[in-house]
Design a protein around this ligand. Structure first.
Ligand code: 6GU
Length: 233
């Protein structure tokens, strides 16, 4: 898989060198290109933003640098991802789908966003997805992009060593994950639940499933009854 990121803050993506994704890059499973939007400007001040037509607060990112930057990386088989609080929700299902694609391009906007014609233009040339990572506002698309890359990257075959650890997680079956414990059996007067020490694999699986349902009901009742969780009830 190849990832290209266009941003005015390339330094944000230094962390892609470490941890699991750093290893995936070193081993060639994931290739990453980070591109500075200002390299695609032509004025002395390397201007990337301007005031909004129609008035209002904040600045809007100009279409011309975005056009030049994206022309240098987008092909007809790319998926162009535009992080935006106004986008479709990015979910585990989105991550699974995008993990099967060969080339993802992330266009990280700042300020009040990118001139909408950029999305319109590239929608004619490739698949464009405007995606939000949650119902809150970030200053720009960089941190949202990092979250998406981490969620997608770990689903690329070979990136996570033990593929079973991918299926037993929150959201993979539409429910929250069950609680986990390790040694010692008692810590600060708190004992590990008895059943986990029983060696009874059927009882352990049943207990874990009960915990998943109880947690989901308490914390995220909105997840119950969705397509992913429905067979679990
Ligand atoms: Cl993708 N971008 C920004 N700026 N804010 C967000 C977001 C994205 N998702 C949630 N909030």
């Amino acid at each position: 898989m190849r990832l290209d990121i266009v941003t005015i803050f390339p330094a944000f993506f230094g962390v892609l060198d470490v941890s699991l994704l750093g290893k995936a890059r070193a081993s060639g499973l994931i290739e990453v290109g980070v591109h500075d939007l200002r390299d695609f400007t032509h004025d002395r001040h390397r201007t990337v933003d301007d005031t909004p037509y129609g008035g209002g607060a904040g600045m809007v990112m100009k279409p011309e640098p975005w056009g030049e930057a994206l022309d240098s990386v987008v092909t007809p088989s790319s998926v162009l991802i535009v992080p935006s609080p106004a986008g479709h929700p990015f979910t585990q299902a989105t991550a699974r789908e995008l993990a099967t694609r060969e080339h993802l391009v992330f266009a990280c906007g700042r300020y009040e966003g990118i001139d909408q014609r950029v999305v319109e233009h590239y929608s004619e040339r490739t698949e464009v997805r405007q995606l939000s990572v949650g119902d809150y506002v970030l200053n720009g698309g960089e941190v949202a992009t990092m979250a998406m890359i981490e969620a997608i990257g770990r689903l690329v075959p070979g990136v996570v060593g033990n593929p079973e650890s991918l299926t037993e997680e929150s959201h993979e079956d539409g429910l929250l994950e069950y609680p986990s414990y390790t040694k010692p059996p008692v810590w600060r007067d708190l004992a590990v639940p008895e059943v986990l020490l029983s060696g009874n694999h059927g009882a352990i699986a049943a207990w874990r499933h009960e915990q998943q349902l109880a947690r989901t009901r308490a914390v995220r009742p909105d997840l119950l009854g969705t397509a992913d969780s429905i067979e679990e009830r």
